[in-house]
Design a protein around this ligand. Structure first.
Ligand code: M6R
Length: 613
């Protein structure tokens, strides 16, 4: 969603800001803006649309020396919430005097009341945003000290914020603060960079500080001083980012999504490395921070997530029940918080989130914590809010995922959930031999994915046959049911084809009415329990004119005979097979979207990290 960059230091601030914004483009946005200080004056430029338009506009509006000489500034990419994506609504917003500029992520819930109060005091607003209200409030509190003014204003605010502010009167500092919306500060060499995520910082430094909720920092070129909102100094550790600038670039691929699909053998190796114990037939997940006794006391597992992470949870549900004899259920994070869920101290709650910032998942974590559950995070972004608030869990180590459509995070989530199920299972139902066999299968995952990716060109060729349709169905049963849901989500989000995932048996309870001559049906017909029944469902679809693309097991000529086109994935443990099967469908969706000329990495209306409910 929205992105923040701040820069103060030895280089050109506008150039550093634009570079940072470009790194945040993947998050999804619809307008952009920046404000810099030069020679005591505040200069602002904004544009609806892309960062490239902002760059072009600022260069044409500002004299060249402004670009080169300014050493301090803040910038923003906005994903519209309050008011449409126009130039006026884009950030930065200014206070009444025009001397203070503010960028903001999050939502000020009481902005209407604050706005009414300020209007009664004579303030006039140009935009419809909650952020402009906060900018005016900061200005109204300002008595010659921006830090104090921001503190005073934030005390009056309800809601969430990650902010950065500058003042024409204090050209040597940026004030930044957070509550519920991340802020990372990069400590460089004679420069300090602020980002709403580390991608904005990585081309400057790998040394970072993550602000915690209610932290407020004075950022100068020399470093950072952090206090809480009551102005009490606090200490935050300097951490080292686990990736470099190259990892956040396309590396020769046409799209980040294609790059990330191809990275999966490596990301899965990283997710699995050092975590399998072939001696005990178990897994080593020290981040779970549990003893065997604590694990044995778990009565139920609740897996929470949204979108693709929810689908990974569905595979986990099967794995926890089948391998570990633990009653498991997946719940949509958005629903969990508001339905007053029944949770006990013997429940394990696993919050699954690539970004670790998804608002609904975070709210669900807080609810589960309130109710005393044993809560774990399964996140990719190190130091993210969910990772920190759960306090224990397992990182994916998938590396930065830039494409809005999640690919490598999904397969790493499933791999980690399988390792969790293995560990839980060894404390219960699984024998050592069974554990060793499963660990060997998990170890094969990167190679199985490599073999699937080798079919990239063949998948590209067959994708053309499906690209002209406006509706598609994905069906699967058992372990492949979640893969069908994920396949449909992938196709719809990047190709804009209306795609629905169904349990294969469910099709004839309604959706089959929509099948016509040529309607694409993607069937997960892997050689796993239930295959024969899925083949029967394929027959039903064919009889109604559907064109069937089957994901089948290598060498299964029987299944091949039922489908029009096939993608074969290597034979392996049926739970493990979910991973190469999902990869096959990622490639299929990618190539369909490419045939249709879609904007693959940043689909319309979508954001990488959904930080509003
Ligand atoms: O960062 P998270 O895993 O919490 O994000 C959850 C969903 O927003 C995300 O998986 C979304 O569905 C992706 N666009 C799917 O590709």
């Amino acid at each position: 969603m929205c992105g923040i960059v701040g820069y103060i230091g030895k280089s050109s601030a506008p150039e550093a800001l634009v570079r940072g914004l470009r790194r945040l483009e993947y998050r999804g946005y619809d307008s952009a803006g920046m404000a810099v200080l030069e020679n005591g004056s505040l200069i602002v430029s904004k544009a609806a649309g892309k960062v490239a338009s902002l760059d072009e506009k600022a260069r044409s509006e500002w004299p060249e020396d402004r670009f080169q000489n300014s050493r301090i500034g803040i910038a923003h990419t906005r994903w519209a919430t309050h008011g449409p994506p126009t130039e006026i609504n884009a950030h930065p917003h200014l206070d009444r005097s025009g001397g203070i500029a503010l960028v903001h992520n999050g939502i000020i819930e009481n902005y209407r009341a604050l706005r009414a109060r300020l209007e009664s005091q004579g303030h006039e607003f140009l935009s419809e945003t909650d952020t402009e209200v906060l900018a005016h409030l900061i200005g109204a509190c300002d008595q010659g000290n921006l830090f104090q003014a921001v503190c005073d204003a934030l005390h009056q605010v309800e809601g969430t914020f990650g902010i950065a502010a500058i003042s024409a009167d204090e050209p040597d500092r940026i004030i930044t603060a957070r509550r519920g919306s991340p802020i990372v500060i990069g400590i460089g060499d004679d420069e300090t960079i602020i980002g709403s995520d580390a991608a904005a910082i990585i081309s400057h430094t790998r040394q970072v500080i993550y602000l915690e909720d209610n932290d407020i920092a004075v950022v100068t070129a020399e470093g950072v001083e952090i206090r809480d909102l009551d102005r009490v100094p606090v200490t935050r550790e300097v951490a080292e980012l686990g990736f470099d600038a190259e990892a956040a670039e396309k590396g020769g691929y046409e799209h980040f999504m294609l790059k990330e699909i191809h990275e999966q053998p490596d990301s899965l190796r990283n997710a699995i490395r050092g975590r399998l114990d072939f001696n005990l037939g178990s897994s080593v997940l020290s981040g779970m921070g549990t003893s065997a006794r604590e694990l044995a006391e778990i009565q139920r597992a609740v897996l929470l997530g949204c979108g693709t992470s929810l689908h990974a949870g569905l595979v986990g549900e099967y794995a926890f029940e089948d391998l570990a004899d633990i009653h498991a259920e997946v719940q949509q994070a958005a629903e969990f918080r508001y339905r007053n869920p029944l949770i006990t101290r013997s429940d394990l709650v696993v919050a699954i989130s690539q970004s670790g910032e998804t608002a609904d998942t975070l709210a669900a974590v807080r609810e589960a914590n309130q109710k005393g559950a044993f809560v774990m995070g399964l996140c990719n972004v190190v130091g993210s809010t969910i990772a920190r608030e759960t306090g224990r869990g397992v990182y994916l180590h998938a590396g930065p995922e830039i494409s809005v459509a999640s690919t490598k995070a999904f397969t790493c989530q499933v791999a980690v959930l399988l390792m969790m199920a293995l560990k839980l299972g060894r404390g219960r139902r699984l024998s050592r031999d069974e554990g060793v066999r499963l660990a060997r299968e998990i170890e094969r995952i990167p190679e199985l994915v490599e073999r699937t990716i080798r079919q990239n060109e063949a998948i590209a060729a067959l994708a053309g046959r499906y690209a002209e349709h406006e509706n598609a169905f994905f069906i699967g049963r058992g372990y492949m049911y979640p893969v069908a849901l994920e396949g449909a989500l992938k196709l719809k989000e990047i190709s804009y084809i209306h795609a629905e995932g169904y349990h294969a048996a469910e099709l004839k309870h309604g959706p089959i009415a929509l099948l016509e001559q040529g309607t694409p049906v993607v069937a997960l017909a892997n050689d796993i329990p239930g295959k024969d029944k899925t083949l029967g469902n394929i027959e039903e679809c064919r009889a109604r004119g559907a064109r069937i693309l089957g994901v089948i097991t290598e060498g299964d000529e029987d299944a091949r005979g039922f489908v029009h086109d096939a993608i074969a994935v290597p034979a392996c443990h049926p739970l493990v097979a979910t991973i190469p099967s999902a990869v096959a469908l990622q490639l299929f969706s990618y190539h369909v979207a490419r045939h249709r000329g879609c904007e693959i990495d940043q689909p319309r209306n979508l954001a990488k990290s959904v930080t509003v409910e």
